[in-house]
Design a protein around this ligand. Structure first.
Ligand SMILES: *[C@@H]1O[C@H](CO)[C@@H](O)[C@H](O)[C@H]1NC(C)=O
Ligand SMILES: *[C@@H]1O[C@H](CO)[C@@H](O)[C@H](O)[C@H]1NC(C)=O
Ligand SMILES: *[C@@H]1O[C@H](CO)[C@@H](O)[C@H](O)[C@H]1NC(C)=O
Ligand SMILES: *[C@@H]1O[C@H](CO)[C@@H](O)[C@H](O)[C@H]1NC(C)=O
Ligand SMILES: *[C@@H]1O[C@H](CO)[C@@H](O)[C@H](O)[C@H]1NC(C)=O
Ligand SMILES: *[C@@H]1O[C@H](CO)[C@@H](O)[C@H](O)[C@H]1NC(C)=O
Ligand SMILES: *[C@@H]1O[C@H](CO)[C@@H](O)[C@H](O)[C@H]1NC(C)=O
Ligand SMILES: *[C@@H]1O[C@H](CO)[C@@H](O)[C@H](O)[C@H]1NC(C)=O
Length: 289
């Protein structure tokens, strides 16, 4: 994956810009608190690292230093016995190989902030706990998510890119596409009318039967967030058939039901239409239940 990288000079600070997610740092040094404030003032916040890949990528983007001070990163704790916690979302990711050898050592019991070594040595890219009051360079990130990044979804910044988490009923890289329910065909002996153009979430279709025919099943179906219709497609049946089914099945049930079902079945086979979604199984069950 090839990407263009630009180096931009902004006063005393330098910005390494890649498409989408961007990392920024200053050559000035400051204590951890000031460094974070600097990040929040000019960019989004101090850098948050959540994987080894991200760690390595960040290191590859920062200029080497020969010796301390190196760069502050956005992981800290308030007390000796607390877990290390990232700013922003309280993530406690620390990976397997992040710390330099014999770190964190909590020297003097006051080392609650973390620097990342960016040098040409063995410990390149490793972390060291240090006193928050020491002056080091801030490393910041600038979020690429904005209100319009993800049409109908929540935007999440990940290294170099954004990810959209779509609201129910929407899909696509940027949640730009509404999910559609499958098209419905006209019922036999009836007709269908649907709201709006495309059959997306919340669209409703109403089935009606021609005069002389009785609707079996709920007449309305709604397109749900998963792209499925809320219920089965109703069927239109003639009054004669319906009556026959009710009366017949009420009296000497089994035989007549089989008879009726066979008739329906035969009729369906004749009208070999594609039906979506499934039709109500049998009018006789409806009439009884
Ligand atoms: C530190 O994290 C571990 C694992 O996530 C958790 O079990 C433990 O309770 C945490 N300790 C403190 C002091 O928050
Ligand atoms: C992080 O934890 C602190 C202290 O427990 C809490 O006040 C804060 O709301 C949490 N922040 C997030 C984003 O969860
Ligand atoms: C915390 O935020 C970082 C950076 O925005 C993200 O990569 C990570 O997945 C988040 N972690 C949690 C537990 O939400
Ligand atoms: C960081 O510097 C500011 C301003 O000089 C100071 O008020 C603050 O106490 C310092 N914080 C630490 C942790 O040393
Ligand atoms: C919002 O972010 C998208 C990419 O996520 C970008 O294409 C668009 O230009 C940004 N809009 C504004 C107003 O910054
Ligand atoms: C960002 O991620 C999307 C979806 O994963 C991908 O299609 C796109 O090419 C990525 N953009 C960049 C700049 O890496
Ligand atoms: C309906 O869907 C088609 C193709 O999926 C799309 O091109 C069109 O813009 C959509 N119309 C509306 C009103 O959403
Ligand atoms: C669908 O309807 C529900 C309930 O009326 C509403 O909360 C939701 O925002 C609607 N969704 C869309 C995409 O119109």
């Amino acid at each position: 994956m090839m990407k263009w990288t630009f180096i931009v000079f902004l006063g005393s600070s330098l910005a390494v810009i890649t498409l989408s997610w961007t990392y920024h740092y200053s050559n000035e040094t400051m204590n951890w608190t000031e460094a974070r404030r600097w990040c929040q003032t000019y960019y989004t916040d101090m850098v948050v690292i959540q994987s080894q890949i991200e760690n390595d990528y960040l290191v590859s983007k920062l200029p080497n230093r020969d010796k301390s001070p190196y760069y502050w990163i956005g992981i800290t704790k308030n007390h000796m016995n607390e877990n290390w916690t990232w700013i922003g979302n309280n993530s406690t990711w620390v990976g397997e190989q992040s710390w330099a050898k014999n770190e964190p050592n909590n020297k003097h019991s006051t080392e609650f902030c973390v620097e990342i070594y960016v040098n040409g040595n063995q410990n390149r890219g490793k972390w060291n706990d240090d006193k928050c009051s020491l002056p080091k360079s801030p490393v910041c990130y600038k979020a690429q998510c904005n209100a319009t990044s993800c049409g109908r979804g929540r935007c999440q910044d990940i290294m170099e890119n954004i990810t959209c988490h779509c609201e129910p009923g929407f899909k696509g890289d940027r949640c730009q596409t509404a999910m559609e329910c499958p098209p419905l065909s006209q019922p036999d002996n009836g007709y269908l009318s649907c709201s709006g153009g495309n059959l997306t979430i919340n669209s409703t279709c109403r089935f009606k039967c021609y005069p002389g025919f009785l609707i079996i099943g709920p007449p309305d179906v709604t397109c749900g967030v998963t792209g499925d219709w809320s219920g089965p497609r109703p069927v239109c049946t003639s009054y004669k058939q319906a009556l026959f089914a009710v009366v017949g099945c009420g009296r000497s049930s089994a035989l007549c039901c089989i008879c009726f079902c066979w008739m329906k079945h035969k009729k369906r086979k004749e009208l070999a239409h594609v039906r979506q979604p499934e039709e109500v199984t049998s009018p006789s069950t409806e009439a009884e239940g």
